[in-house]
Design a protein around this ligand. Structure first.
Ligand SMILES: [Zn+2]
Length: 117
């Protein structure tokens, strides 16, 4: 398969990088700022994957007590993750309609359920 490569400039250091059409040069450049950016972007992606696993359609696979949340809640939680990941907040605790909590920290997303007896 032929992959078309383009020459793009790293926004941090200006170095020209050969990368695929939908790849950002800052994800491939080896300068210090780009490496930090790539690591942050990867952390964010991991958190978004985790968010989907814990709150998305297939969350009962993680725990039978998990109830999937609606697309609006999922999108709102995703905003929170982006903000925490960007360093605006150090921690966010959101209580959902079902009473479970979404706890977001710099590189972690957890879902906590309190079972009422
Ligand atoms: Zn660079």
């Amino acid at each position: 398969m032929d992959v078309e490569l383009e020459e793009k400039a790293c926004p941090f250091c200006g170095q020209l990088i050969m990368c695929g059409h939908d790849v950002k040069p800052e994800r491939l450049c080896r300068c210090a700022d780009a490496v930090r950016y790539a690591a942050d972007a990867e952390t964010l992606e991991d958190m978004q994957t985790l968010l989907d696993e814990l709150f998305g359609e297939n969350c009962p696979d993680c725990s039978k007590s998990f109830i999937p949340v609606g697309p609006e809640e999922l999108s709102a939680l995703n905003h929170v993750i982006v903000l925490v990941s960007a360093g605006l907040f150090t921690k966010a605790v959101i209580t959902l309609q079902d009473g479970s909590q979404c706890i977001v920290k710099k590189d972690a997303v957890t879902r906590k359920i309190t079972i009422k007896r």
